[in-house]
Design a protein around this ligand. Structure first.
Ligand code: GLU
Length: 448
């Protein structure tokens, strides 16, 4: 083991010791710092100034009680979180996740990932993440509203255009952002558009923000295929999930000539070999807020599978857009054996470390989430620009900017991997390119 590798091992041991019971956070840290030895060797000041040690410690972590009443008057207590991970490149920036599985460790893993993802965009945004163990499933509109109002009644004092700018993530879309913003405006007596992103375009939101994560993951996939001399025309695609990221990934894939045959939710997946009808998916998920299995009511020839694995379906391209660790070693092996060309992660950390290893050792082009799904937060940064200048851009202009940003991220990852002798390894490229950017800013600020 080199000195740099020994140092990284010691740092990782410390991270485990100081953050017990947070396996997803450990996993996210491991995945990044394991690739950083060559950078430490090249830049001794990063080690002297303990940049990795500092980057692994969140700048601040806020935990608060969120009490609310359901429609029957029963009182519920949830837990709210906001972690500001790194503000070297700009105000904390990252989404809010409402899901029953949310714990501090979940938010820390997401905020840590966000540090590198946001740096890759090249835009002036630091990293953060927040959320709650609140389960929006089956809740009425007014219950969601009361929950959001209670959540913001504490959160408002911690955020700000120049401090921390939350947005959506799982369970938080335009409806929740609307309720959160309404409460912020009411408490503070200020119409500060720039305190949240993912707003509706009818009152300060940016066009393309809703579509951006999914579109971006497809643009990233397109760039990876280009390197392989391939394209999306006629490509058979699997997209897991059926939330915001999955829906707009499918939309862009279809518009670029690919054929999406399956998508899923946490209960099962639908397989429509004639190609998924996106209007039905949007109706079921965005309008009715129902389970994906209802798709087959409209399309009786499509199949609904409850206990099978979506990744068993042969495909050319896989976009995991559901949640962390949804694609394991066995699924990766099946995808490789079925001749899959590329995997572009729309979700955050959807592939297990074993799955990633298999992809990297194979011919499959693997686009890690922190690069492939950065289009969402990048467009949030464009929303911040529009809010700051009291302007709003057209759909075409914003989508063009998104595409440029995704192409730049792709090239940055590809070229950095090559520079360090890991040609074609987007994970190494993404980690090193983003780490260097954050590290340079941290060095400039001294020991803070
Ligand atoms: N939650 C999204 C992500 O994982 C977007 C965050 C944002 O727009 O601030 O990157």
């Amino acid at each position: 083991m080199t000195n740099a590798q020994q140092r990284i091992e010691a740092i990782f041991e410390q991270v485990i010791k100081r953050n017990p019971g947070e396996p997803e956070f450990h996993q996210a840290v491991r995945e990044v710092i394991d690739t950083l030895a060559p950078v430490l060797e090249k830049h001794p000041s990063y080690a002297e100034q303990k940049i990795i040690e500092r980057i692994c410690e969140p700048e601040r972590q806020i935990i608060f009680r969120v009490p609310w009443q359901d429609d029957n008057g029963e009182v519920h207590i949830n837990r709210g979180f906001r972690v500001g991970f790194n503000s070297a490149l700009g105000p904390y920036k990252g989404g809010l996740r409402f899901h029953p599985s949310v714990m501090l460790g979940t938010i820390k893993f997401l905020a840590f990932e966000q540090t590198f993802k946001n740096a890759l965009t090249g835009l002036p945004i630091g990293s953060g993440k927040g959320g709650s163990d609140f389960d929006p499933k089956g809740k009425s509109d007014s219950e969601v509203m009361r929950f959001c109002q209670s959540f913001m009644t504490e959160l408002y004092r911690h955020i700000g255009e120049l401090t921390d700018v939350p947005a959506g993530d799982m369970g938080v879309g335009a409806r929740e952002i609307g309720y959160l913003f309404g409460q912020y405006k009411r408490i503070t007596n200020r119409y500060e558009s720039g305190i949240l992103t993912g707003k509706s375009p009818s009152w300060g939101g940016a066009l393309v923000r809703k579509e951006a994560t999914g579109y971006g993951a497809v643009f990233f996939a397109e760039e990876m295929l280009k390197i392989k001399g391939r394209d999306l025309e006629g490509a058979k695609c699997l997209v897991s999930g059926s939330g915001n990221v999955a829906i707009y990934a499918m939309e862009k894939l279809q518009s670029l000539g690919a054929k999406v045959v399956a998508c899923s939710d946490s209960a099962g997946f639908i397989y429509d070999k004639t190609g998924i009808d996106l209007n039905t998916v949007k109706q079921v998920k965005e309008v009715e807020r129902q389970r994906i299995k209802n798709y087959v009511n409209e399309h009786p020839d499509a199949e609904y599978h409850e206990n099978d694995n979506i990744w068993d379906i042969p495909c050319d391209l896989a976009l995991p857009c559901a949640t962390q660790n949804e694609l394991d070693e066995n699924s990766a092996r099946t995808l490789i054996n079925n001749g899959c060309m590329a995997v572009s992660e729309g979700a955050n950390m959807p592939c297990t470390p074993e799955a990633v290893r298999l992809f990297l050792d194979s011919d499959v082009a693997y686009g890690p989430g922190k690069a492939a799904n950065a289009g969402g937060v990048a467009t949030s940064a464009l929303e911040m620009q529009q809010n700051a200048s009291r302007d709003s851009w057209s759909f075409e202009h914003t989508e063009k900017r998104l595409k440029e940003i995704m192409t730049n991220i792709h090239n940055d990852c590809y070229n950095t991997a090559e520079e360090f002798g890991y040609k074609g390894n987007y994970m190494v490229g993404a980690n090193i390119a983003s780490f260097r950017r954050v590290a340079e800013a941290m060095l400039a600020f001294g020991v803070i």
